[in-house]
Design a protein around this ligand. Structure first.
Ligand SMILES: [Zn+2]
Length: 418
């Protein structure tokens, strides 16, 4: 069945939003609460309005385009993904899911179909956590999990807090709680279409991934503090070398993940900074990140506990001190079986190849899944590449996801459906 999803409309929109980056020619850099996101939001508002949506920006900077359903008080069906990016990332991460949502709404309008429920296309804000080292800001705020204290707690590399960044961006941080939605009453389901960001779909020649779980994540920034001394004149037994301590802990991180019980468990130290960072000075301070993910909560907890234990032991032996600053803590999420079945049936009906899979990357759906019926659809990423400028997904693959989503909505949520 052809729902008149337009691949060329999808392509035009995807290309239109490529311009909103602070690193033209070097991938997409669209950090939250910047002119780049503001430009993107302004353009997206126009596109949503021309698709017949009523548009508003919530107190967290999420952009929502809404179309009433047959039953105006019915809870909404949301199709959403994020508008922000990492540094020098690709054009498909996040934006693809928003544009697919927009295309589904346009197709419904063209076909003269009004769903029983209101439908919303949502562009969530600050999902990546690139600027403030957090993540999922917009959806957390939507779920009522962000307060003013949170806005003061996290700062970017220049010392600007989320609170101050919001003011600069034109939002009132005092009103952050207004972004919270009465989700039990207002939201029926959350659909997120996203690029896979991995090689599985392409390598198995599969058109669509039906995501049934998302790994849980914990992120920390750990600082080990020793004492700066002359690297030539200070005997080995008289120094407190922060690098010596930190590196012994870091060396165990990969091993802990490899030895964990689930093969979905991964652990990464992707950031490290040394002070004063000179060849001839014993390092005073080493700050490093720890990112642990798994579909098994116990594996995450075990690795983090072991790292803390080792920090205590090694720093204790050497006379160094340490701090562990939690940046993110989300539990693994299992996505909604009823929605998975609906999408499965649409894939079968439309003849798309599909497979169930677990997402190793965090997504907004991770935030909504514990409380709202949530599901994700993955589309293939060329060579599995993502978070880099060469990130690529065929526009026709995005159209496939839009067709499946549209079919699921029409079959299950319009007259004659449920
Ligand atoms: Zn993403």
């Amino acid at each position: 069945m052809n729902h008149q999803i337009s691949t060329s409309r999808i392509q035009q929109d995807m290309e239109l939003f490529e311009q909103f980056t602070s690193t033209p020619g070097q991938g997409i850099t669209r950090l939250p609460f910047t002119v780049d996101v503001r430009g993107c939001v302004t353009k997206l508002t126009e596109r949503m309005k021309s698709a017949g949506l009523a548009v508003y920006e919530d107190a967290a900077g999420n952009l929502v385009g809404r179309k009433a359903g047959v039953y105006p008080d019915a809870p909404a069906l949301i199709i959403g993904s994020h508008i922000d990016s990492v540094k020098s990332g690709g054009n498909f991460d996040g934006m693809a899911g928003i544009i697919v949502g927009l295309e589904v709404v346009r197709m419904l309008r063209d076909a003269g179909i009004t769903l029983n429920h209101p439908i919303e296309v949502m562009a969530t804000h600050d999902e990546e956590g690139m600027r403030f080292g957090t993540g999922f800001f917009g959806t957390k705020a939507m779920m009522g999990e962000v307060d003013e204290e949170y806005l003061h707690r996290y700062k970017d590399a220049d010392g600007v807090s989320i609170y101050d960044a919001m003011i600069c961006y034109g939002l009132d941080p005092h009103r952050i709680k207004e972004a919270a939605r009465d989700y039990e009453r207002e939201i029926a389901a959350f659909f997120e279409v996203h690029i896979e960001q991995g090689p599985v779909l392409e390598n198995t020649n599969t058109q669509l991934g039906l995501v049934d779980c998302i790994v849980g994540m914990q992120r920390y920034m750990i600082t080990v503090t020793g004492r700066p001394d002359h690297a030539g004149t200070t005997p080995m037994d008289m120094r407190v070398d922060a690098m010596d301590c930190a590196s012994q802990v870091i060396a165990q991180v990969s091993k802990l993940a490899v030895e964990a019980s689930s093969d979905s468990t991964v652990a990464t130290v992707g950031f490290a900074k040394v002070e004063p960072c000179a060849m001839n000075i014993v390092p005073q301070e080493v700050t490093f990140s720890l990112d642990v993910r798994s579909k098994k909560q116990q594996d995450i907890d075990d690795i983090v506990a072991k790292v803390r234990e080792e920090l205590t032991r090694i720093c204790g032996e050497k006379g160094a001190t340490f701090t562990v600053d939690e940046k993110l803590n989300t539990a693994p999420a299992h996505l909604d079986e009823k929605l998975l079945k609906q999408l499965y049936q649409s894939c079968e009906k439309l003849g798309f190849s599909h497979r169930r899979m677990c997402s190793g990357a965090g997504h907004d759906a991770l935030q909504t899944a514990p409380k709202i019926d949530t599901v994700m659809v993955f589309v293939p990423s060329k060579e599995g590449r993502s978070h880099c400028p060469v990130e690529w997904t065929e526009y026709s693959d995005l159209a496939n996801a839009a067709m499946v989503l549209a079919d699921t909505l029409i079959t299950n949520y319009s007259k004659g459906g449920q």
